[in-house]
Design a protein around this ligand. Structure first.
Ligand code: 3H9
Length: 695
C-alpha cells in the first residue's frame, strides 16, 4: 500500500474520471515511487465503480521526461516501467494521457500505453534513449511502429529527436491538440471513450515493411551512428515489430535495454548528460550572482562577430554591432542578413522569426554606441596590440556595471584585461565558429576577473543554450590547446608514414565527424600558420616540430577549401587525394631522415588519443581546468569528440589510465615524471611524440 501523503502520484476525481497527477520535480522522471504510485492508481481505479475512465497528467513544467537516469546502472527496483505500461494498456477503463512540456522516453512510453493522447500546442514527444546509449525500454520500440508506421517510428526512435504537437497529430501519434485547458479536454476525451471498444496500440496490426526497405533503413541508421551502438540496436529492435507478436517484441526490447544499460557507451553518455549540467555549477562560484544583461554590444562584424550577434539575437537579446568604418559595417550587416536568409531558405526559421530577430540588432560605427550596453563582446582581429587598444577605450566608454569580454582564441586575457583599467570586469568568452550553432562556450577567468563577471558569462551561456566550460588563462585555453596536441600527432603521423586521408579515415572511424586534415581544409590553414609564425621565436628547439608540411602547403598558397587546395584538392566541391601533397610529405620525411613505414588506423587513433589525454592531464595539473569533466565537455561540444565515448578524460579513466585523473596532485606527478605506459595508451609526453619511426 502506498502512503498517499508522501507519494508523488495523487488522484483527483472529476465526475467519474480519475485524474492521476504525477508530481515529481524537476521533470517528473519515473522514479520507483512514481512507478509504484501509477500502478496503484491504475489498480485502484479497476475496482472503484465510481471511476469510469482515467487521465494521466503531470504537475510542474513537463509531462514525464523519462526514466530516472539517476537510477540507471543500479539494480532495477520493482515495479518496472514495462509492467506499469502493461497495466495501463490492459486496463478495461479508458486511460488518456494529457501531455505538456516534453513527454520523453519512459514518459512517452506511458502515453503510448494509454488509449488516447491529447497534447498541448507547444508540447513535444520523443524517444531520446539512444542519446543515453540505450533503446526505449518500456514498449516504445514495439508500440510506436504499430501506431505511426515503421518509417516514421524508425526515424523518431533512431534519431532521438523531439516531435512537435502538429507533427505528432499528422503521424497519428497524438489524437488531438488541446485548444485551451489541457486537463479539461483530456477528461472530455476520456469520457467519450467510456463504453466504446478501446484502441490498444499493442493490439494494432503489425506495420508493413518490406525486407528491402529494412535493409535500406539499417544502412542509413548505421551511417549516421558513426560507431554508436544504440541507434543501430534501436532500429533493429523496432523493425521486429513488423514480424513479432507484441509480447515477443517486448521481451527482445527489454533484453537489449538491459544489455546496453550495462555497456560502456551508455555509461559514457550518462556521464556526458550529467557533465553537461554540472559544467555550469562551478566550484567556488556557488554564491556569485550574475550581473543583469539585456543589451549586448559586439565589436567586430567579421565571421565570428556576426555569428555571435546572431546567437545573441536568436536568444532574444538586444544587440548592437559596431565596426570601424561604413564599408566594414555594411559587410557585417550583409553577413548577418545572408545567414538569416540561409536559415529561412532551409526552413529552420520562418520569415517572421527572421525579421523579429534582425529587428533586435542595431549596427553602428564607433564604440560610443556601446556606452549603455550591459555586456560587450569583442571579436576583432587576433592581435594583442589591437585588442589592448580596444579595451583601453572600452574601459572608459562602457558603463561601470558592464562586463567586458574578449573572444580571443589564444591571446593572454590578463594582458587584455590590464589594458582596460578595470580587470575585474573582464573575462574571456571564447565562442566556436559558427558561433550561433556550436554549443561550446569557454569562459576564461583572468587573474583579476570578479566572481560576478564569471557568473555573468555562465548566465549568458544558459541564455544561449550553450555548454559553458570555465577555464583559466593559457595559450589556447582548454580546447585549442588540446587541439594543438591532437594536430601535432596527426602531423607526426604524416612524416612517419601515413597520408592525410589515412589519418582522417582513422579518426572518422574513431567517431569524429571529420578527420583533422579535412577540418583544417574547411577552416583554412592560414590562421594556424599565422600563429606558428608568431610563436616561432619562442619554440623549443628540443621538441619535435610538427608543422613542416603544413608550413610548406601554406607557402604554396594552399590554404584549404577556399583556395581550392590544401591537404586535399577540391574539384566541384569534391575532396580528392592529391599526389602533389603525397610527394611533398615524402620529401619532408626524406629531408629529415625519417624512415617512413605504414601506420595502421589503430596506432593513429591510440597515439592521438594519448596526446589528447596527456595534454588534458597537464591542463588539470596546471589548474587551467578545475575538473576532468570540463575537458570532456570542451572536446565533445567544441571539437566533435564522439559523445558516446564520454570524452577523453572519462574514457581514460574507464580504461584505467591515467589512474587518478581527477586527483590533480597525482596528475602533476604523472606528468612530471611519467607514468607507467598503460596497456592501451602510451605516454607521448615522455616519448617525444613519435610513431616509433626513426627520427
Ligand atoms: C528512459 O526513459 C528509459 C525508458 O525507455 C525505459 C525505462 C525502463 N532523470 O536538462 P535540465 C534532471 S531514458 C533524472 O537542466 P531543461 C537534470 O539532471 C530517459 N533526472 O532542464 C537536471 O537536474 P539538476 C529518457 C533528470 O528544462 C534537471 O532535471 N529521457 C532527467 O533544460 C533539469 O534538467 C531523457 O533522456 C531524467 N530523465 O530540459 C530526457 N531529466 O538541476 C532527459 C532531467 O540537478 N532530459 N533530469 O542538474 C532532458 O532532455 C531535459 O532534462 C528536459 C528538460 C528536456 C526534460
Amino acid at each position: 500500500m502506498i502512503d498517499a501523503s508522501t507519494s508523488p502520484v495523487r488522484i483527483e476525481f472529476h465526475d467519474g474520471v480519475a485524474l492521476v497527477l504525477i508530481d515529481n520535480p524537476p521533470v517528473n522522471a519515473t522514479s520507483r515511487a512514481v512507478r509504484a504510485g501509477l500502478l496503484e492508481a491504475v489498480h485502484s481505479a479497476r475496482t472503484n465503480v465510481a471511476v469510469k475512465a482515467l487521465v494521466i497528467a503531470c504537475e510542474g513544467r513537463t509531462f514525464v521526461a523519462g526514466g530516472d537516469i539517476r537510477e540507471f546502472g543500479k539494480p532495477p527496483l520493482e515495479p518496472l516501467l514495462p509492467d506499469v505500461c502493461d497495466a495501463i494498456e490492459t486496463s478495461a477503463k479508458p486511460v488518456v494521457a494529457a501531455l505538456h512540456g516534453t513527454a520523453l522516453g519512459g514518459g512517452f512510453e506511458i502515453a503510448l500505453a494509454c488509449h488516447a493522447r491529447v497534447m498541448n500546442n507547444d508540447a513535444r514527444i520523443g524517444l531520446p534513449e539512444v542519446k543515453l546509449g540505450l533503446i526505449p525500454g518500456a514498449g516504445g520500440t514495439q508500440r510506436l511502429p504499430r501506431l505511426a508506421g515503421m518509417r516514421a517510428a524508425l526515424d523518431i526512435i533512431a534519431s532521438g529527436r523531439q516531435v512537435k504537437a502538429a507533427e505528432a497529430v499528422s503521424l497519428g501519434i497524438a489524437d488531438c491538440v488541446a485548444e485551451g485547458d489541457l486537463r479539461g479536454e483530456a477528461i472530455a476525451v476520456a469520457r467519450s471513450l467510456v463504453g466504446a471498444p478501446l484502441r490498444r496500440i499493442g493490439e494494432l496490426a503489425t506495420p508493413d515493411f518490406d525486407a528491402k526497405a529494412i535493409e535500406a533503413a539499417r544502412g542509413v541508421i548505421e551511417k549516421k551512428a558513426r560507431g554508436q551502438i544504440s541507434p543501430v540496436k534501436a532500429g533493429e529492435i523496432a523493425m521486429l515489430a513488423a514480424t513479432l507478436p507484441l509480447r515477443q517484441g517486448l521481451a527482445r526490447e527489454r533484453a537489449m535495454f538491459v544489455e546496453l544499460m550495462g555497456g560502456g557507451q551508455s555509461r559514457a553518455l550518462r556521464h556526458a548528460f550529467f557533465a553537461e549540467r554540472e559544467a555550469s555549477r562551478v566550484p567556488g562560484l556557488e554564491n556569485a550572482a550574475p550581473r543583469a544583461f539585456e543589451s549586448i554590444g559586439v565589436v567586430g562584424a567579421g565571421t565570428m562577430g556576426a555569428g555571435v550577434a546572431i546567437a545573441l539575437a536568436d536568444a532574444g537579446l538586444r544587440v548592437t554591432v559596431v565596426e570601424t568604418g561604413a564599408a566594414a559595417l555594411e559587410a557585417g550587416r550583409a553577413r548577418v542578413r545572408s545567414a538569416y536568409e540561409r536559415q529561412t531558405k532551409s526552413g529552420r526559421i520562418d520569415e517572421s522569426q527572421s525579421a523579429e530577430r534582425q529587428a533586435r540588432m542595431a549596427f553602428a560605427e564607433g564604440l560610443e554606441a556601446l556606452s549603455s550596453c550591459d555586456l560587450v563582446i569583442e571579436a576583432v582581429f587576433e592581435d594583442m596590440a589591437v585588442k589592448q587598444a580596444l579595451f583601453r577605450r572600452l574601459g572608459l566608454i562602457a558603463k561601470s556595471s558592464a562586463v567586458l569580454a574578449t573572444n580571443t582564441s589564444y591571446l593572454d586575457v590578463n594582458a587584455i584585461a590590464a589594458a582596460s583599467g578595470r580587470a575585474r570586469d573582464v573575462i574571456g568568452l571564447h565562442f566556436f565558429a559558427p558561433a550561433n550553432i556550436m554549443r561550446l562556450l569557454e569562459i576564461a577567468r583572468g587573474a583579476d576577473s570578479s566572481a560576478d563577471a564569471v557568473a555573468t558569462g555562465l548566465a549568458l551561456a544558459k541564455r544561449l543554450g550553450k555548454i559553458p566550460v570555465v577555464c583559466g588563462v593559457c595559450d589556447g585555453f582548454i580546447g585549442n590547446r588540446i587541439l594543438a596536441a591532437f594536430r601535432a600527432q596527426a602531423e607526426f603521423a604524416l612524416e612517419d608514414g601515413a597520408l592525410p586521408h589515412e589519418v582522417d579515415a582513422a579518426m572518422e572511424a574513431f567517431g569524429f565527424p571529420m578527420g583533422p586534415f579535412a577540418v583544417s581544409d574547411l577552416s583554412g590553414l592560414d590562421i594556424a600558420w599565422a600563429r606558428r609564425k608568431r610563436l616561432e621565436p619562442s619554440r623549443d628547439p628540443q621538441t619535435r616540430y610538427a608543422s613542416r608540411v603544413a608550413d610548406r602547403l601554406c607557402a604554396m598558397g594552399r590554404l584549404g577549401q577556399k583556395t581550392g587546395a590544401g591537404w586535399y584538392r577540391y574539384e566541384s566541391g569534391e575532396r580528392i587525394v592529391d599526389p602533389v601533397v603525397t610527394k611533398l610529405i615524402e620529401d619532408v620525411s626524406a629531408e629529415f631522415a625519417i624512415k617512413r613505414a605504414p601506420i595502421d588506423a589503430e596506432t593513429i587513433q591510440r597515439n592521438i588519443r594519448a596526446a589528447i589525454v596527456n595534454e588534458g592531464a597537464k591542463i588539470l595539473a596546471e589548474r587551467v581546468a578545475s575538473r576532468a569533466l570540463d575537458i570532456d565537455m570542451a572536446m565533445i561540444h567544441g571539437f566533435g569528440y564522439p559523445p558516446w565515448r564520454g570524452g577523453p578524460m572519462f574514457e581514460a579513466d574507464e580504461i584505467g589510465l591515467p589512474l587518478v585523473l581527477k586527483d590533480v596532485e597525482a596528475v602533476a606527478l604523472s606528468c612530471g615524471r611519467g607514468w607507467e605506459p598503460a596497456p592501451l595508451l602510451v605516454d607521448l609526453a615522455r616519448s617525444n611524440q613519435t610513431f616509433g619511426a626513426t627520427v
